[in-house]
Ligand binder design. Structure first.
Ligand SMILES: Nc1ncnc2c1ncn2[C@@H]1O[C@H](COP(=O)(O)OP(=O)(O)OP(=O)(O)O)[C@@H](O)[C@H]1O
Ligand SMILES: [Mg+2]
Length: 275
């Protein structure tokens, strides 16, 4: 507990530094100010979900329609709130493992990227148990954690899905995820990637809150966070603990209840969508 409190205190300090206090402009605005000309996204290898992966990994937001509707609704709310505040960085986390963070992150990224005017970047920052490379069926030459520690180029761990989405992957876990995520080198590397590729929205697929202090050390670098809870398994006290912890580090955008067996039929109703 003491360790957690110390980590929280350190992260609060970092956040003040990163955000520059309440009077400072949104972090995204400062990151974009000195941006050089964006390289063409076409230079990254393009991947498509292998046959059967959409179903196996529950990726339903590749194209619009009924199955994508819950993610499209989430997208609209998120983008409205983020635009209002001038935010660009969104972390996706959960109290415990397996709540659906990676599934929601990828679907949300795909849904956002279907808007032709939005450039989206999704980073697999679950450096203990990375998974997006398996979902995409693609092993890049290097891992995102190697880009963060300066031993690889961003292009070596990143792929493109369509015109508007870049996904940065890991093929191995990091041996020191917590230290890496708290490091100045990682912060600089993320800023550099954002300046170079100029995404409108960056989504960070994180590790679970209650399993390590990885998020505590990192959430000060994002503008806001979404907490994913699993119906019938995440407890209300755990949601409460995590929400409070996140609120000390960044802005809580909301809690998504995932894995509901008894979904409301009105969600995904075809009105206004196309098949
Ligand atoms: N809405 C859903 N309904 C049923 N199963 C789901 C749902 N969302 C995700 N899953 C399944 O739950 C499992 C865990 O999902 P996922 O890997 O996205 O979770 P995670 O929170 O990222 O896990 P980890 O903490 O290990 O990174 C996967 O098998 C996924 O297909
Ligand atoms: Mg995951």
């Amino acid at each position: 507990m003491e360790k957690l409190e110390a980590a929280l205190a350190k992260a609060r300090e970092m956040r003040q530094g990163a955000l520059g206090g309440p009077e400072a402009p949104p972090r995204s605005a400062t990151a974009k100010a000195a941006a050089p000309v964006s390289p063409t996204w076409q230079s990254l290898p393009e991947v498509a979900l292998p046959e059967g992966h959409a179903q196996r990994y529950r990726i339903s937001a590749l194209s619009g329609g009924r199955d994508a509707a819950p993610y499209d609704m989430l997208r609209s709310r998120i983008i409205r709130m983020m635009k209002e505040k001038g935010w660009s960085r969104l972390a996706v986390t959960s109290p415990e493992a397996g709540c659906g963070k990676s599934t929601v992150s990828l679907n949300l990224a795909l849904s956002l990227a279907r808007q032709s005017d939005l450039k989206v970047m999704l980073l697999d920052l679950d450096l203990r148990r990375p998974s997006l490379h398996r979902t995409l069926g693609y092993n890049p030459a290097k891992s995102l954690h190697e880009y963060l520690d300066g031993s690889a180029e961003f292009d070596q761990c990143a792929v493109r899905m369509g015109e508007n989405l870049i996904v940065a992957l890991n093929v191995s876990s990091s041996r020191r995820p917590s230290e890496l995520l708290q490091s100045q080198a990682s912060r600089d590397a993320l800023d550099a990637a954002e300046r170079r590729w100029r995404p409108d929205v960056v989504i960070f697929d994180m590790s679970p809150m209650l399993a390590s202090d990885d998020n505590v050390g990192f959430l000060g670098n994002v503008d806001c966070a979404l907490l994913i809870a699993a119906a019938e398994s995440t407890t209300i006290p755990n949601i409460d603990i995590c929400e409070k912890e996140i609120a000390q580090l960044t802005n809580v955008l909301g809690v998504v209840l995932n894995k509901c067996r008894y979904a409301d039929d009105s969600v995904g109703y075809d009105y206004g969508t196309y098949q």
